[in-house]
Design a protein around this ligand. Structure first.
Ligand code: UD1
Ligand code: MG
Length: 450
C-alpha cells in the first residue's frame, strides 16, 4: 500500500526572531527540517512533499532535491497547507502521512506505528497524541463518554474545562488518501481566518466515521520548535539520544553532557571520547581510538587505534595507529598514513604524510608528499605560497629534515637526505645527501646507515 508523506513548512516562525527561516535553523549540525524529511522518507520509501511558503527560495536552496515542493501562498493554516498538495498527490497513493518540519524529533518507529495503525483501522484517519502535563499551546483531544475521539479544539478556542484535558494533538496524522482529498473541502474558515487541519477530526466523527488515536509514550518526540528555547531543548534531547545509542553500541563517552556527536557520524567499538569533543558532518571514527578532550573532527575519516588530543581535523583522512596532538590542526586534504605521529602545534594541509612519518613539534606542512618514515624536525615549514601559486614539496622516504628547516617550494628532498638545523632549502637536495645553510648547499654525500 503506497504512502505519501506531506511535511508542512510554510509558516513564518516569527517567534524565532530571526532572518533565517525557522526550518533552516541548525539542529546539531543539520537544518531542522532535514530530520522530519529523513524520518518521513524512511517510512514512505519516497521523497516527501514539503509545503513551503515563507522564505521559499532559501528553503529550496538549502534542502535541494531532498523533497518535492508545493507552494502555499498565502498561508491560511494547516488545513490550507495540505490542500495545496491535493492536485499533485490525488490518486497517487492509498495513505497520506502528515508531519511538520518544525517537529524534528519524531522517530521513524512512531511514524511506522502510526501508519501500521491506520492500515488496520476502518476509519479515515489515525492521529498521534501525547499525554503531557505541560500543554505547550497544543490542541486538546476531546473524547466522548465512551472514550472515543470526538474532536480537537485549539487552545485559543477551548473552554476552561477543555483546557484541563491533558491528551494533546501532536499534529501528526495518517489519512486514508481518498477520504482526505475530499474531506479537506469541508473545512470551514476559522474565526482567525485559517483552515485548521484539526477540523478533519470533527468532520470524520460528524459523519460517524471513527478516528483512532495512537498515544505516544514519549513526549519529547513531539516537541514542536517555535522559539530558540525550544531549539536548545530539542538539541539536548537529540544529543542525548545519539550519545546513548553510541554508548550502547560500545563507545565510551567520559562525559556525555559535553560530547557533541552529529547524527551523520559513525564510531567504532571501544573508542573512548573525552569531554568537549565535537564529531561533525561526514565523519567516521574507527575502533579503539581515544578522541579528545577538546577536539573537533569535521568531515574526516579516522582509522582504528588513533589518538587525537586537543586538536582540530577538517576534511582530513587519518589511517590506523596515528597520534595527533596536543594542538594539531589537520586542514582540508591532509592525509596521514598508518603510524604517523604528529605532535604539539603542528598544521598539515593538502598533504600526504607517508607511513611512520614523525612530525613532533611546531611544524607547517602544506601541499607536500612524504615517503615512509620521514622525520620532520621541530619548526620545519614548507614555504608553499609564493604570493600567487601554491607550490609542491616532495620529501623522499627516510629523509631527515633538521629543526627549523624552511622548504621553499617547489622543492624536492631526495630519499635518505638530511638538512641541517635552520637550512633554507631553495633547490633540490639529491638522495642521501646532507644540505646545510642559507640558501642550503649540498655539502656531502651521506654514508648509508642501516
Ligand atoms: C498545530 C495544531 C495543533 C497541534 C500542534 C502541534 C492546527 C490547527 N493545530 O498547531 O492542534 O497541537 O500543531 O504542534 O493544525 N504551517 C503551514 N502553513 C500554514 C500554517 C502552518 O505550512 O498556513 C506549518 C507550520 O510551518 C508548522 C506547522 O504547519 O510547521 C504547524 O503550524 P503551527 O502554526 O505551528 O500550528 P500550531 O499552532 O502549532
Ligand atoms: Mg507550532
Amino acid at each position: 500500500m503506497t504512502i505519501t508523506a506531506v511535511i508542512l513548512a510554510a509558516g513564518q516562525g516569527t517567534r524565532m526572531r530571526s532572518a533565517t527561516p525557522k526550518v533552516l535553523h541548525s539542529l546539531l549540525g543539520h537544518p531542522m527540517a532535514s530530520y522530519a524529511i529523513e524520518s518521513a522518507r524512511q517510512v514512505s520509501g519516497a521523497k516527501p512533499v514539503l509545503v513551503i511558503g515563507h522564505a521559499q527560495d532559501e528553503v529550496r536552496q538549502v534542502l535541494g532535491e531532498a523533497v518535492e515542493y508545493v507552494v502555499q501562498e498565502p498561508q491560511l493554516g494547516t488545513g490550507h497547507a495540505v490542500m495545496q498538495a491535493k492536485s499533485k498527490l490525488e490518486g497517487k497513493s492509498k495513505l497520506v502521512l502528515v508531519t511538520y518540519a518544525d517537529m524534528p524529533l519524531i522517530s521513524t518507529e512512531s511514524l511506522n506505528k502510526l501508519v501500521g495503525a491506520q492500515r488496520s483501522h476502518i476509519g479515515p484517519l489515525t492521529m498521534l497524541t501525547v499525554i503531557a502535563q505541560n500543554p505547550r499551546g497544543f490542541g486538546r483531544v476531546v473524547r466522548d463518554e465512551q472514550g472515543n475521539v470526538k474532536e480537537v479544539v485549539e487552545e485559543a478556542q477551548a473552554t476552561p474545562k477543555q483546557l484541563e484535558i491533558n491528551e494533546l494533538n501532536s499534529g501528526v496524522y495518517c489519512f486514508d488518501a481518498d477520504w482526505l482529498w475530499q474531506a479537506l473541502d469541508e473545512i470551514q474558515l476559522s474565526s482567525k481566518g485559517e483552515y485548521y487541519l484539526t477540523d478533519l477530526v470533527g468532520i470524520a466523527t460528524s459523519h460517524d466515521l471513527s478516528v483512532q488515536a495512537l498515544v505516544s509514550e514519549d513526549c519529547d518526540e513531539v516537541i514542536g520548535i517555535n522559539t530558540r528555547v525550544h531549539l536548545a531543548e530539542a538539541a539536548a534531547i537529540l544529543r542525548k539520544r545519539i550519545n546513548e545509542s553510541w554508548m550502547l553500541s560500545g563507545v565510551t563517552l567520559i562525559d556525555p553532557a559535553s560530547t557533541f556527536i552529529e547524527s551523520s557520524v559513525t564510531i567504532g567499538q571501544d573508542t573512548v571520547i573525552w569531554p568537549n569533543t565535537y564529531l561533525q558532518g561526514d565523519t567516521n571514527v574507527g575502533q579503539g581510538c581515544v578522541i579528545g578532550p577538546n577536539t573537533i573532527i569535521n568531515n574526516s575519516q579516522v582509522g582504528n587505534h588513533c589518538k587525537v588530543l586537543f586538536s582540530i581535523l577538517e576534511k582530513a583522512v587519518v589511517e590506523d595507529n596515528v597520534d595527533i596532538g596536543p594542538f594539531g590542526h589537520l586542514r582540508k586534504g591532509a592525509h596521514l598514513a598508518e603510524g604517523v605521529h604528529m605532535g604539539n602545534f603542528g598544521e598539515v594541509k593538502n598533504s600526504y604524510l607517508g607511513p611512520g612519518t614523525k612530525m613532533g613539534h611546531f611544524s607547517y606542512i602544506g601541499d607536500t608528499t612524504t615517503g615512509t618514515d620521514v622525520n620532520i624536525g621541530a619548526g620545519t615549514i614548507t614555504c608553499n605560497f609564493d604570493g600567487k601559486n601554491k607550490n609542491h614539496t616532495d620529501i623522499g622516504a627516510g629523509a631527515f629534515i633538521g629543526s627549523d628547516t624552511m622548504l621553499v617550494a617547489p622543492v624536492e628532498i631526495g630519499a635518505g637526505a638530511r638538512t641541517g638545523a635552520g637550512a633554507v632549502v631553495t633547490k633540490r637536495v639529491p638522495p642521501n645527501t646532507l644540505a646545510v645553510g642559507m640558501p642550503a648547499r649540498s655539502i656531502k654525500k651521506l654514508e648509508k646507515s642501516d
